[in-house]
Design a protein. Structure first.
Length: 399
């Protein structure tokens, strides 16, 4: 397989930009208010990597560490908890203003919710978030993972009380399998990608990520000049991009979307720029399991095509490089335990600053001594055996 760093830039006409009001200040405030009502909510830390920034010739490089989120080792609980709560409030006819964890625990509500069953497809982290949200609200959940997934991630989902199993399908066909079962069994599909006739819950999941964006911008204090965001189906990066666009307008940071070569459906869609989604078919064997998705979320793409600037497709070793950098900090920089999908943006930033053959891309993105960069480590060591193979032994699967 020919793998290399590939990039495309989209130039936006201001008058043609899509509406991002669904991720504006009102939504962010409502979402944050809900999350603050949950047990054990606290903002995840922002690791300011001052020595690394200095060594790379950057003004600032900070990484938000989502491994600390709700004990789930990944960011997904933000979207799943908010979307499930929105569905339950709608089901119970509760106003959004009263949608708090405490209210949803009332015995009369819990009794009415006993018959509800959630179902989803996942590469691991989203399913763990669904299992956690189901446990939080006293629901049952079925979670399906694509073939070849991590047994540790499956065990983590089961450990939260959900019924979980591998399928014989790739990720996108596993999504279709979960949707089919939801229709046949009367279950509630809580999926983080949209398709024809299914948009409300995926939008709620994306809105749940506005809490992450709010925390990051508050912690960063000054506005970053550049934000690097990794993409699977695109829900998280689109939510953060939408927040930044709604808050900053034309003054928003330069936004770069990063995907694995082996699952770069958003990069391919951006590169074609013909108005149609471009799909990665068949088995996807990437160490970046959380990004191993072959079809873009159409809601996410509408935001990214108008408000993200650069789309980059990278080889496996870029993620491995990021894991090692974050796991072995310079001097007194904080250590960030970041999994394969979490570390790829940091790996790309480092490579852009160190690899002279990528000077053209570094200059196109506009990185230099005055750049203030924000990355988000979306997961910790959610597959500990593979984390050790990469960080300790310097290995990663070559497939």
């Amino acid at each position: 397989m020919n793998e290399s760093i590939k990039a495309v830039q989209l130039i936006h006409a201001e008058e043609a930009l899509s509406d991002v009001s669904a991720f504006g200040a009102e939504t962010a405030a409502r979402t944050l208010r809900f999350h603050r009502s949950l047990p054990d909510y606290e903002p995840t830390p922002l690791a300011d990597l001052r020595r690394l920034a200095e060594g790379l010739g950057l003004g600032r490089l900070a990484v938000k560490d989502e491994s600390k989120r709700f004990g789930l080792n990944a960011f997904k609980g933000l979207g799943t908890s908010y979307a499930v709560a929105r569905y339950l409030a709608q089901y119970l006819d509760i106003p959004e203003s009263e949608m708090t964890y405490e209210n949803l625990q009332k015995p009369e509500y819990r009794e009415r919710l006993r018959t509800l069953t959630l179902v989803t497809a996942t590469d691991g982290n989203h399913g763990r978030g669904i299992a956690w949200a189901a446990k939080l609200f006293g629901l049952f959940a079925h979670v399906f993972m694509p073939k070849g997934g991590s047994p540790e991630r499956l065990a983590n989902i089961r450990g939260l009380g959900a019924e979980a199993a591998f399928t014989t399908y790739n990720y996108d066909d596993t999504v279709r399998h979960a949707a089919k079962l939801a229709k046949e069994q009367g279950w509630v599909l809580v999926q983080d990608t949209a398709f024809d006739g299914y948009t409300e819950i995926p939008l709620w999941i994306m809105q749940g990520y506005t809490t992450l964006a709010h925390e990051a911008t508050q912690q960063y204090a000054e506005l970053p000049t550049h934000v690097f965001l990794q993409a699977g189906v695109g829900s998280m990066p689109a939510a953060v991009t939408g927040c930044l666009a709604a808050h900053c307008g034309a003054e928003r940071p330069v936004i770069t979307i990063v995907e694995p070569n082996r699952a770069d459906c958003i990069y391919r869609t951006a590169a074609a720029n013909d108005g149609a989604p471009h799909i990665v078919k068949g088995e996807i064997n990437s160490i970046m399991a959380g990004l191993s998705c072959g079809e873009p979320n159409p809601i996410a793409w509408e935001i990214l095509k108008d408000h993200a600037d650069h789309f980059v497709s990278v080889p496996e070793w870029v993620a491995a490089k990021g894991m090692r950098i974050l796991g072995n900090p310079l001097d007194d920089d904080p250590r960030v335990i970041s999994g394969e999908s979490g570390a790829v943006t940091t790996g790309l930033v480092a490579e852009l600053m160190q690899n002279r053959s990528l000077d053209y891309l570094r200059d196109r993105i506009g990185l230099g001594k005055d750049s203030r960069i924000l990355c988000i480590s979306t997961e910790g060591d959610t597959d500990r055996a593979n984390y050790r193979r990469v960080v300790w032994d310097g290995l990663y699967p070559s497939y």
